[in-house]
Write a protein that binds this ligand. Structure first.
Ligand code: URA
Length: 230
């Protein structure tokens, strides 16, 4: 991780304050003064400020039940960022592992561990995301096979990866996908002549929302965190 980020993680300093500290020449990495904030450091490096060894705080892993009209961004843009809902120190240093639209509710995973969130987001790891979808028109059984093969999204090369469509009733389905293209679920149903009128994410990998109330959050337990370390 970058040296300025490491300093933020192990102190109460903001990124700008960490940069100023570095400029002052008070920070040493393995006994050598380092001023460049972009220098890459690892857990086994000894990083000191004025001779005091810094210990990085352990990473944070959070599940939140996203309400409507909040956005998965670190800045407020039209709607407030859902990070306002998390009353922890430096909440805006966290990032969201797989965004939901402002009009989508449901499970959001939030962390400051970039390697962990990468495992959730990258299509290569095929991490499953389950959405409950309300549709404007009745869905036909034949689309189970269509979604399994993949559909062509407007403006994309190639078909979507195989998805699992489970029909709950004529206008309600569960859709499991392993990608996270922009507005993917809405575009998949648009590609087969339907329209999403309600969207809710219920599950990512083995982690479920269960009884977490709208707008509430909790830390993930160790087993849940480990389930994405593959
Ligand atoms: N697909 C969408 O279209 N919107 C979301 O919020 C998530 C997946």
């Amino acid at each position: 991780m970058r040296l300025d980020k490491f300093i933020c993680k192990s102190t109460e300093l903001t990124r700008n304050e960490a940069k100023k500290l570095l400029k002052s020449g008070e920070v040493e990495v393995n006994g050598e003064v380092i001023k460049n904030p972009a220098t890459q450091v690892h857990e086994n490096n000894t990083i000191t400020v004025d001779g005091q060894v810094l210990q990085a705080r352990s990473s944070r892993y959070i599940i939140l039940h996203k309400p409507l009209d909040t956005i998965c961004s670190n800045v407020d843009e039209g709607y407030p960022s859902l990070l306002h809902l998390i009353d922890v120190d430096k909440a805006f240093d966290l990032h969201i592992a797989g965004r939901l639209d402002a009009d989508t509710t449901g499970l959001v995973l939030i962390t400051d561990d970039g390697r962990w969130s990468h495992n959730i987001i990258t299509p290569n790891k095929e991490c499953q995301k389950v959405y409950r979808v309300q549709l404007s028109r009745p869905i036909k059984d034949e689309f189970i096979e269509t979604f399994k093969i993949g559909v062509q999204l407007q403006g994309e090369d190639g078909l979507t990866k195989p998805a699992i469509l489970e029909i709950i009733s004529d206008k309600e389905v569960l859709l499991t996908i392993t990608e996270g293209k922009y507005h993917q679920v809405k575009r998949m149903f648009a590609a087969v002549g339907n329209r999403v009128i309600g969207l809710h994410r219920e599950q990512i990998g083995d982690v479920k929302l269960d009884s977490l109330a709208l707008g509430e959050w909790r830390y993930l337990n160790e087993k849940e965190v480990e389930s994405f370390n593959y």
